[in-house]
Ligand binder design. Structure first.
Ligand SMILES: NC(=O)c1ccc[n+]([C@@H]2O[C@H](COP(=O)([O-])OP(=O)(O)OC[C@H]3O[C@@H](n4cnc5c(N)ncnc54)[C@H](OP(=O)(O)O)[C@@H]3O)[C@@H](O)[C@H]2O)c1
Length: 310
C-alpha cells in the first residue's frame, strides 16, 4: 500500500477480512509505504522511484505483492498548480513505472483517481464520459490513469471523490468541519460545487470486492447522494447536533475573488462534478452503499464521536 498515511488506509483492514482473501492470498502480509519515517511503514518515495527505477524494482522484488494499491499522490489541488512537473511525476510517471513492472510479474495494480478528470459541466459522470480536467491535479491524475492502463491493461482504476470517515490523522472534510464547529469556529463551504461524498468504509469495501472479482479498467466508487459542499456540511452538523449557523455559504465566484484579494493561488474547479455508480453496482449487485446519515451513524458506532476530530 503506497501512501500509507493517506485517507484510504482503511483498505488494510478490509483486505485482511474480505472475500479477496479467498481469491488471492491470506492478506496478512501487508506492506505499508510512506514518505514519513513512521514505525509501521517502510520509507518509499514515488518521486525517487520515478527517477531511479531500481528503487521500484527493489520494492517489488522484496515484497512480492499480489496486489499493489497506489494511494500515494500529490493531492493538494491548489499546490499542484505551481509545480506541474512534480505533480506529474508523483501522480502519473511513478504509477506508470510501477504498473509496468507489476504487469510483467502478474501483480494486480489498483490506482486511485478523481472526478477532477472532468470539467464539472455535466456530473455526476459515468466511467465512459469524456474527460476534460480543469486543473493540474486533475490533468496529472488523468495522465496517471492513462499511463497505468497503457502499461498494465489489467489495472483497476478507482475514481472517487470527497472521501470522509474514520481517519487517524483527522484530515478529511468532515473531520475538519466537526473540529471547527466544536471549537466555535466558522467554516466556509461552497454552495455551487456539487459532488457525491464518499464514505471511506464503503469505498474500501467496494475496492476490495472489485479486486476480488478481478475487475479491471475504470470503476467509480462513491456515495449515492449528490449535493453541494455546503449542503453536505449542514447535513453533518444537523446529524451530529453541532451549530450549523457557524457554516458560512460561499459561491465559487466569491471564493475566487477572496483568493485574489489575499494573493492566494487557487486552482480552477468544476461545479457539477460527482460520479455515477451504475457500472460498479452492476458488478457488485449485493453491495448497498450507505446514505450519509447511515455513514455518520456507522462512523459513530465504530468510534467515539470525539475521535471525529483530532
Ligand atoms: N481524499 C479524497 O477526497 C480523494 C478524492 C478523489 C481521489 N482521491 C485519490 O485517492 C488517493 C488517496 O488520496 P488521499 O485522500 O488519501 O490523499 P492524502 O491524504 O493526501 O494522501 C496521499 C498520500 O500520498 C502520499 N504521497 C505524497 N507524495 C508522495 C511521494 N512522493 N511518494 C510516496 N507517497 C507520496 C502521502 O503518503 P505518506 O504521507 O504516507 O507519505 C500521502 O499521505 C489519491 O490518489 C487521490 O488522488 C482522493
Amino acid at each position: 500500500m503506497l501512501g500509507a498515511w493517506g485517507q484510504i488506509i482503511l483498505l488494510e483492514r478490509k483486505c485482511t477480512r474480505s472475500i479477496f482473501n479467498k481469491i488471492y492470498t491470506k492478506a496478512t502480509n501487508i506492506h505499508r509505504f510512506s514518505t514519513h519515517q513512521v514505525s509501521n511503514a517502510v520509507n518509499f518515495c514515488l518521486t525517487d522511484a520515478a527517477t531511479t527505477p531500481d528503487i521500484a524494482f527493489e520494492l517489488i522484488a522484496t515484497t512480492q505483492p499480489k496486489v499493489m494499491y497506489i494511494c500515494g499522490a500529490k493531492t493538494w489541488v491548489d499546490g499542484c498548480e505551481s509545480d506541474e512537473a512534480a505533480a506529474l511525476i508523483v501522480n502519473a510517471e511513478a504509477p506508470r513505472l510501477l504498473a509496468r513492472i507489476a504487469h510483467h510479474q502478474e501483480i494486480k495494480v489498483v490506482y486511485f483517481s478523481t472526478d477532477y478528470v472532468f470539467d464539472g459541466q455535466g456530473g455526476p459522470y459515468g466511467e465512459d464520459a469524456a474527460t476534460a480536467p480543469l486543473n493540474v491535479y486533475g490533468k496529472t491524475k488523468l495522465q496517471g490513469e492513462e499511463r497505468v492502463l497503457a502499461s498494465n491493461p489489467n489495472a483497476l482504476i478507482i475514481r472517487t471523490t470527497i472521501i470522509y470517515g474514520p481517519d487517524a490523522l483527522g484530515k478529511n472534510f468532515v473531520c475538519q468541519l466537526v473540529n471547527a464547529l466544536k471549537n466555535g469556529q466558522r467554516f466556509t463551504c461552497s454552495t455551487d460545487q456539487i459532488s457525491t461524498p464518499t464514505y471511506n468504509e464503503d469505498l474500501a469495501d467496494m475496492v476490495v470486492q472489485l479486486v476480488g472479482k478481478e475487475c479491471s479498467g475504470i470503476y467509480n466508487c462513491v456515495g449515492t447522494e449528490i449535493l453541494s459542499r455546503y449542503d453536505f456540511a449542514v447535513k453533518v452538523a444537523q446529524y451530529l447536533r453541532l451549530d450549523e449557523t457557524l457554516i458560512d455559504p460561499i459561491t465559487t465566484e466569491e471564493e475566487i475573488q477572496r483568493c485574489k484579494l489575499n494573493g492566494r493561488a487557487r486552482a480552477t474547479r468544476g461545479l457539477k462534478l460527482g460520479l455515477a455508480m451504475d457500472k460498479t453496482l452492476a458488478a457488485l449487485p449485493h453491495f448497498k452503499p450507505r446514505c450519509i446519515k447511515d455513514s455518520l451513524q456507522h462512523w459513530m458506532d465504530c468510534q467515539d464521536v470525539n475521535s471525529l476530530t483530532k
